[in-house]
Design a protein around this ligand. Structure first.
Ligand SMILES: O=P(O)(O)OC[C@H]1O[C@H](O)[C@H](O)[C@@H](O)[C@@H]1O
Length: 557
């Protein structure tokens, strides 16, 4: 095993400390002093235009950050990842989500296995199935075409598909709808199936491990609902054969554990596999994306994958000084470790990206929320960031106050597209233009603030001048794209995957395991007997938990 370099002992880290101590943030002054600042810090990455110039950085800081990347060998680890080396040390696995988007003619053999051939074999099956559902060739047990696809999954088997489905709604085929059941709260399943016709509904049970309590419980509830409704309609009788025939037309699975899929009663012919080298939170571009492939069609899904691949190629080949995921990851390190930033806002000015922050929470926080390094030694600096956000302009009317005038530094990524799916006029006003005016205005206000003199010049009474001053120097990155196409959504995801990777390498952590979540799964199973009345199991719990369980049992009607 390669020992992680302790970033805090590098020369670059020491240089960054000196630079931080000497830096007086002054975005107004920096832009005035250097008319080329915006140009010099704006980069094109596939279809994305990324402006880093409103960050608290200068040439020396960027150079030191790039040296830091060299001194912790980000490039070496990146190449190891792309080559399929087992960089997920604690699980002894390769990390090859980048292989999921390799073109058919690419070559990658890992442990003697032609990974590209495997990936495309599954993609071809997904595309054929998606075409069948979209054309109506695939019918339910009573011969009706599928109108609703219900994905049952959680974590990486839910957040990616739902985010991308929502992002690409304008590309969805008319007459087809997707829904997503994830929470084990029975309300989720009940609400999502309430108005559905089982004869036109297709369930996709998505679980990498096919052992996740929430997903298997929801899948069983959905199966019961489905069979009960069909029995009431006289479509199935109570023979196994009749039930199996109905399930075969209405339940498919996505998993790495195809044996467990068969145990659940889903025909293995209707299962789409992936591999243990795809982390759950990195899996939307695998068969986990099946609902998206059905909704937007194989051509759209191919574009989606091509978007990821374009960013992969950039990350793998671009020089450090122009490598956008590398720079963004390093700038995040700058804020976390040198400014003590705890959180990071993601603010899409695109309603269709309304689940993007939720998606990024799993990607970034499950990846980098760690306190030991990949060799088991404690981390030597803060790690991780709390990712959060809501679409603009809604966020402006809720939490932007704290970003503008609070005491905490919250770096924020603003995302917008030039061409909306719904160009709409309000009288003579282009509403999307008005929307984007907010995007531009907010990043400028955050960067440049408003001085007391400017506030006074507006005629503000002296006693409330301080309350109306904006300090400015609140860092933002602006990301723009021509339109929210499948490719652009793929590009955005890959960008954040690689940003997360870069941060993980600087911190020396394994960004691809999630032992903290595994514990939660086990604890819930341990306590379940107590909830159901097992006195001995209850007595093993701590006093607070015992009292809470008792209260629950006393109050449960
Ligand atoms: O896809 P599954 O095996 O059902 O796992 C679903 C989720 O389970 C856990 O929460 C893991 O931490 C996630 O990374 C994973 O995405």
């Amino acid at each position: 095993m390669i020992t992680p370099v302790d970033a805090t002992t590098t020369e670059a880290w020491a240089d960054l400390k000196v630079l931080k101590d000497a830096l007086v943030p002054d975005l107004r002054g920096w832009f005035e002093a250097d008319p080329h600042r915006a140009e010099e810090l704006t980069f094109d990455l596939a279809d994305l235009r990324v402006d880093l110039s409103k960050n608290l950085i200068n040439e020396d800081i960027v150079a030191a950050l790039v040296r830091l990347a060299e001194q912790v060998d980000v490039a070496g680890r990146r190449d190891a990842m792309f080559a399929g080396e087992r960089i997920n040390v604690t699980e002894n696995r390769s990390v090859l989500h980048t292989a999921l988007r390799l073109p058919r003619d690419a070559e990658l053999t890992v442990d003697g296995q032609d990974v590209v051939a495997d990936v495309h074999e599954v993609l071809d099956r997904m595309y054929a199935f998606a075409d069948q559902v979209r054309s109506g060739e695939w019918t339910g047990v009573t011969g009706k075409r599928i109108e609703t696809v219900v994905n049952i999954g959680i974590g990486g088997s839910d957040l990616g598909p739902v985010m991308v489905y929502e992002a690409l709604l304008p590309y969805k085929q008319d007459g087809l709808e997707c829904r997503f059941i994830s929470n084990i709260d029975p309300a989720d399943c009940a609400e999502k199936v309430a108005d559905l016709d089982p004869e036109t509904t297709l369930f996709i049970v998505a679980s990498k491990t096919f052992t996740t309590l929430e997903t298997l419980t929801n899948a069983r509830m959905a199966r019961d609902w489905f069979l009960t409704r069909l029995a009431e309609a006289g479509v199935v009788d109570d023979t196994d054969e009749s039930r199996r025939a109905a399930i075969a037309k209405h339940f498919v699975a996505v998993s790495t554990a195809l044996d467990k899929v068969a145990d659940f009663g889903i025909d293995p012919a209707n299962a789409f596999g992936f591999w243990d080298w795809v982390g759950g939170r990195y899996s939307v571009d695998s068969a986990v994306g099946l609902p998206v492939a059905i909704a937007i069609g194989p051509d759209g899904f191919r574009d989606f994958l091509a978007g990821f691949h374009a960013v992969d190629t950039h990350f793998r080949t671009e020089t450090p000084e122009r490598n956008v995921p590398l720079l963004m990851g390093l700038i995040n390190v700058w804020y976390v470790n040198f400014y003590g930033a705890h959180s990071h806002a993601v603010l899409p000015y695109a309603q269709y990206l309304h689940r993007f922050a939720a998606y990024l929470q799993q990607l970034t926080m499950e990846s980098n929320g760690k306190s030991v390094r990949w060799d088991g030694t404690p981390v030597t600096s803060d790690t991780g960031e709390i990712f959060w956000g809501e679409p603009g302009t809604n966020g402006q009317h809720a939490f932007y106050q704290l970003i503008h005038q609070g005491t905490r530094l919250i770096p924020a990524d603003f995302i917008a597209v030039a061409n909306p799916a719904h160009p709409t006029l309000d009288g003579d006003t282009d509403v999307h233009g008005l929307f984007l005016a907010n995007f531009f205005a907010q990043t400028a206000a955050l960067a440049f603030g408003k001085t007391a003199d400017e506030v006074r010049a507006e005629g503000t009474p002296e006693e409330i001048v301080p309350a109306r001053v904006f300090a400015g120097n609140k860092p933002t990155t602006s990301i723009m794209a021509p339109a929210l196409t499948p490719s652009v959504v793929g590009q955005l995801i890959a960008l954040y995957e690689h940003i997360t990777f870069v941060q993980g390498i600087v911190w020396g952590i394994d960004s691809f395991d999630q032992w903290g979540v595994e514990l939660g799964k086990k604890l819930a199973l341990d306590i379940a007997p107590a909830v159901f009345g097992d006195a001995a199991a209850l007595s093993r719990q701590d006093p607070s938990t015992q009292a809470l369980v008792r209260w629950y049992r006393d109050n449960r009607v």
